[in-house]
Write a protein that binds this ligand. Structure first.
Ligand code: FHN
Length: 446
């Protein structure tokens, strides 16, 4: 006679399992939130696209994919990639001077050329270029010395690999369904390279790219994520692993509405191209970079600003200037940027803003050379004092239209005197009585 569990026991078992699943999910969410904290505090990263495409100054990988040049002509750039003046300490000193808290370098772009001594039988700067060396280890070593987090960009797709389906636009080497064994060979290859990167560099952040060509199942995204986290549970993965990442990566165009992920990062070129292109002199100015950086931070995001070094490893002066100017502004306004959280909605203040982590300081970013009065609406808190960040000047304000018996706050008008304006963006710190509290009603007396 077998024991037949009663209905009550089955219901109890169901709730126990449901509670365990919920607890596990909460634990996972808590552990992700904890590991994302440095990223959320970091606000600024520097992206580095460095590869053989800098030799002729052409589009990284895309130039052969889009048939602007033949693949042999593109790969002929291997012969010109010298890294002859590569100075990783100079790179990291420049990155540090910008105020960036992390850096992400292309370990391998879609063209398949690894910048480290991969054991896989495929292209690398070690085996196939005059550079003849692993370019990543010295860079990561310098980042660690400077206490800057290390990111590894890795292209899942590899248009140069003979076992990868896609090659150039409008033509494929094979279809997955026609040759699954060949796709498995490629999957083993790319996952082995990811393991090499994990084992050799232990990145704080994996920046995957090129996921759009296959599904999570075809990439085995879940297995890739698990493998990375098994080696480093604190590693952060960007949102380009077909749904198995930790944060969103809007590219080139700043979001107007906040992206769907809890965390997000805008990646952007400093001119119009990711890699070095001598013909591209369309440099964004320091003012433009600082403006879009403030906007991204005010919406709770990060900026990953790209630079493209020359084939010899030197960084163009225009790129150095932008990073240096950005760094000077960041140094002066660090309290309003690093470690803050997203600011108040546009309806309350017409410009970027951030809030201190303890929510008792509200930072207002004044575009252009504002003077006269600015308005903050719906701020319930009393303001203890207003200070110009990085300058210390105290500023007066007045509350207008407050009806004494109504809970609706009055309008806050702040007088901006001449002479306190920053060269780029002026920031005010409003120290509040208690954590920021906003009125979001429809006006009137309620
Ligand atoms: O195709 C790449 C491109 O070359 C570049 O690396 C950018 C950087 O975010 N990512 C892909 C396009 O989204």
């Amino acid at each position: 006679m077998f024991y037949k569990p009663g209905k009550g026991l089955l219901i109890l078992l169901f709730f126990v399992l449901a509670f365990q699943a919920h607890s596990q999910q909460k634990t996972n969410a808590d552990s992700i939130r904890k590991k994302m904290e440095w990223f959320e505090d970091a606000k600024l990263g520097i992206f580095i696209h460095w590869g053989i495409y800098a030799v002729d100054g052409i589009d990284e990988s895309w130039s052969f994919y889009n048939k602007k040049v033949t693949w042999p002509a593109y790969m002929n750039q291997l012969k010109g990639f010298t890294a002859s003046k590569y100075d990783p300490k100079d790179w990291v000193d420049l990155i540090a001077s910008s105020g960036a808290q992390y850096a992400v370098i292309t370990t391998k772009h879609h063209d398949g050329v690894a910048l480290w001594n991969t054991k896989e039988k495929h292209y690398s700067t070690v085996k196939h270029t005059p550079a003849k060396r692993d370019l990543l280890t010295p860079f990561y070593n310098e980042l660690r010395k400077a206490n800057i987090k290390a990111g590894a960009y890795f292209s899942l797709l590899d248009w140069s690999h003979p076992d990868y389906p896609a090659f150039i636009k409008d033509s494929v080497r094979y279809k997955l369904e026609d040759d699954p064994a060949r796709w498995n060979r490629f999957r083993t290859f790319f996952q082995s390279q990811i393991n090499e990167i994990s084992n050799q560099f232990n990145p704080d952040l994996f920046w995957f790219d090129g996921d759009w060509e296959h599904s999570a199942e075809e990439w085995e995204s879940q297995k890739v994520r698990a493998g990375i986290l098994q080696k480093n549970p604190n590693a952060i993965i960007n949102g380009r692993l077909m749904g198995y990442g930790d944060y969103d990566t809007p590219e080139q165009n700043i979001p107007v509405s906040r992206p769907k992920y809890n965390w997000w990062e805008l990646c952007m070129t400093i001119n119009n191209n990711w890699g070095f292109q001598h013909k591209d002199t369309n440099w964004k100015t320091p003012m433009e970079i600082i403006t879009l950086f403030a906007d991204a931070v005010s919406h709770g995001g990060n900026l990953l600003l790209d630079i493209g070094p020359r084939e010899d490893g030197t960084i163009p002066e225009e790129q150095r200037n932008v990073l240096t100017e950005l760094g000077k502004w960041n140094k002066k306004h660090a309290s309003a940027i690093f470690g803050t959280r997203a600011g108040i909605p546009q309806g309350h203040f017409y410009g970027p803003s951030t809030i201190s982590k303890d929510s008792t300081s509200l930072f207002l970013f004044l575009q252009g050379h504002t003077s006269g009065q600015i308005l903050v609406k719906g701020l319930t808190n009393a303001i203890k004092e207003i200070t110009v960040v990085g300058d210390g000047t105290k500023i007066k304000h007045k509350v207008v239209g407050k009806i004494s018996w109504s809970p609706v706050p009055g309008l806050v008008y702040i007088d901006i005197p001449e002479g306190i304006q920053d060269k780029y963006i002026t920031v005010l710190e409003l120290k509040l009585e208690g954590p920021v509290k906003l009125y979001t009603g429809h006006g009137g007396f309620q």
